[in-house]
Design a binder for this molecule. Structure first.
Ligand SMILES: *[C@@H]1O[C@H](CO)[C@@H](O)[C@H](O)[C@H]1NC(C)=O
Ligand SMILES: *[C@@H]1O[C@H](CO)[C@@H](O)[C@H](O)[C@H]1NC(C)=O
Ligand SMILES: *[C@@H]1O[C@H](CO)[C@@H](O)[C@H](O)[C@H]1NC(C)=O
Length: 295
């Protein structure tokens, strides 16, 4: 009599923990990791967390003659913005990358780079072909948080946090940590990416700060959709805002230490100021109002 009950309880406990393990498993970016088996739960069930979309996702119709780029340094909220845009419009967003994790988790238009999608994600410099993109949304996050978020992603996937030890690991020369070398390189990358789009991109760039998107999601989204010439209703926006958390926001974990040193903060400040200056110049040149958010 006892045995079946014991088996039943074991099965329930096993299922329960499998689901928890799945929820904690990282969702990788960059397309260099394929981990299809991670999604197969016990009994061969596919455990894909479902996104509640406000409307069924579809292509942009009619398609634009050219695609609009969604440019950002990694870790700047690109996936979240794509998610929000898909919620308001129901139109798929594309990417120059093929991220299998994202493809099965709400972004079926990965690797689609034409005008049939609302925007096309890229972390690269503006393409040399002058008519690849004629306009771009430039999503900028302060470099400290973006670099940290991307470091976390490299270690733990889309929604995890890197362990403390990851910041302390020393490189072979033992002079500096891998983390400090990483910060120096990424800061340079952050600056170069934004400078190239601000100075070398022949089309129009619409600048969005991640920090503003978080603080004032509604107006920021409205601004982006106006730039994209996409009309939407109050209902569309309300529905998107009700679902604004999505499944991709990194779980906030209070870090009990600050991985950035005083010297890193000095470097970050210098680089940030140079990029902000370029944004100012860009906005002046394009007669945009110069309301600079604090990065
Ligand atoms: C991405 O799209 C291109 C062009 O449509 C195709 O040739 C390529 O195989 C696709 N890549 C992947 C990984 O599906
Ligand atoms: C929006 O429409 C205007 C006017 O037709 C056009 O100049 C602009 O390029 C369009 N913007 C985008 C992102 O397609
Ligand atoms: C910006 O405004 C000035 C003065 O109002 C005007 O001469 C100039 O053509 C405008 N530039 C652009 C890019 O709209």
């Amino acid at each position: 009599m006892r045995k079946p009950i014991f088996l039943l309880v074991s099965a329930i406990v096993f299922l329960y923990f499998s689901v928890i393990l799945f929820l904690l498993s990282p969702i990788h970016e960059s397309g260099n990791v394929y981990y299809g088996n991670n999604y197969i739960g016990p009994l061969g069930l596919r455990l894909v967390p479902s996104v509640n979309w406000c409307k069924e996702l579809h292509w942009r119709s009619p398609p634009l003659p050219y695609p609009v780029a969604l440019v950002s340094y990694p870790g700047s909220g690109n996936t979240w913005l794509r998610y929000l845009l898909q919620q308001v419009t129901g139109v798929l967003t594309g990417s120059i990358y093929m991220d299998f994790g994202l493809k099965v988790h709400g972004f079926p238009a990965e690797n689609v780079t034409d005008g049939s999608v609302l925007v096309v994600k890229t972390h690269e410099a503006p393409p040399l072909e002058p008519d690849k993109f004629k306009s771009a949304v430039l999503l900028i996050r302060n470099p400290r948080d973006a670099i940290l978020a991307d470091f976390n992603r490299l270690h733990k996937g889309h929604i995890g946090t890197a362990p403390k030890s990851a910041f302390k690991k020393r490189s072979r020369e033992r002079k500096r940590t891998d983390w400090s070398a990483y910060v120096a390189i990424q800061l340079k990358t952050w600056e170069t990416l934004h400078d190239l789009w601000l100075t070398k991109f022949p089309g129009t760039a619409y600048i969005v700060f991640y920090e503003t998107l978080v603080k004032d999601t509604k107006n920021t989204l409205q601004g982006i959709l106006n730039f994209l010439n996409y009309t939407f209703t109050e209902n569309d926006m309300d529905c998107a805002l009700t679902h604004k958390e999505g499944i991709y926001r990194r779980i906030k974990k209070l870090q009990d230490f600050d991985p950035f040193t005083q010297d890193m903060y000095r470097q970050i400040e210098i680089v940030k100021r140079r990029v902000i200056n370029n944004i100012r110049k860009y906005r002046k040149m394009h007669n945009e109002t110069d309301i600079l958010e604090l990065l």
